[in-house]
Design a protein around this ligand. Structure first.
Ligand code: DX5
Ligand code: ZN
Length: 215
């Protein structure tokens, strides 16, 4: 069964405690936390104070997705506010190998995210250093976008690369995930599903999470 990671970007920020409680009482294992800087992506979301607060209100895994330039500057700060998994973008890191080691040295799991246009082959030389690869199934920056169909193909290729390298890496997919595409994503190799608008716009978010879990 896939790991479910609800994206807080789609939560009600005026009633955040209520949405955190909903996730705490659901079958979701992770909180997916999207940090955007208005430079790497054309949008600004939220940062450390929100993550710190969520950490105080849950025992679940905090899966932090950094859509920021120069993420090395903030690695230890994200550890301090409670990140368990820290994912940086391949496109934002000049010295990716060094960044991955720095994340692991802080005691967090290290993830790398790939934009839709970035081939999985760029990770070949670091695949055994990684804990997670995040395949973006939309262009990062906003919730509620349409799922890009080529994602299935990319996940299959990544799965093959991981198996060949005998690596232990979680494949996570993010953007436009819903109860229609979830089972095919799992079938081709996804281990973790991020979903924002599909969960929070559902009539019953808790049972929507259970539906995704059964994918
Ligand atoms: C997009 C973010 C996603 C976003 C997903 O840049 O990385 O995590 O919240 O939202 P949905 O599920 O609505 O596409
Ligand atoms: Zn994300």
């Amino acid at each position: 069964m896939p790991i479910i990671a609800p994206s807080i970007l789609a939560a009600d920020f005026g009633n955040l405690a209520k949405d955190i409680e909903m996730i705490n009482n659901s079958e979701a294992e992770w909180f997916h936390l999207d940090v955007m800087d208005g430079v790497f992506v054309p949008n600004i979301s939220y940062g450390m104070p929100i993550i710190e607060k969520i950490n105080a209100l849950t025992d679940k895994v905090l899966d932090v997705h950094l859509m920021i330039v120069d993420p090395d500057r903030y690695i230890s700060t994200f550890k301090q506010v409670g990140a368990d998994i820290l994912t940086v973008h391949y496109e934002a890191c000049t010295h990716l190998h060094r960044t991955i080691q720095a994340i692991k040295a802080e005691g967090m799991k290290a993830g790398v995210a790939l934009n839709p246009h970035t081939p999985v082959s760029v990770l070949e030389e670091v695949i055994n250093d990684l804990d997670l690869v995040l395949i973006m199934s939309v262009n990062p920056g906003f919730g509620g976008q349409k799922f890009i169909e080529n994602t299935y193909n990319k996940i299959s290729k990544l799965k093959k690369m991981i198996t060949t390298a005998n690596a232990n890496v979680i494949i996570e997919v993010d953007g436009g995930v819903n109860n229609i595409n979830a089972s095919k994503l799992v079938e081709v190799g996804a281990d973790a599903l991020v979903a924002g608008s599909a969960i929070f716009n559902a009539e019953n978010p808790t049972s929507y999470i259970s539906e995704l879990k059964k994918a």
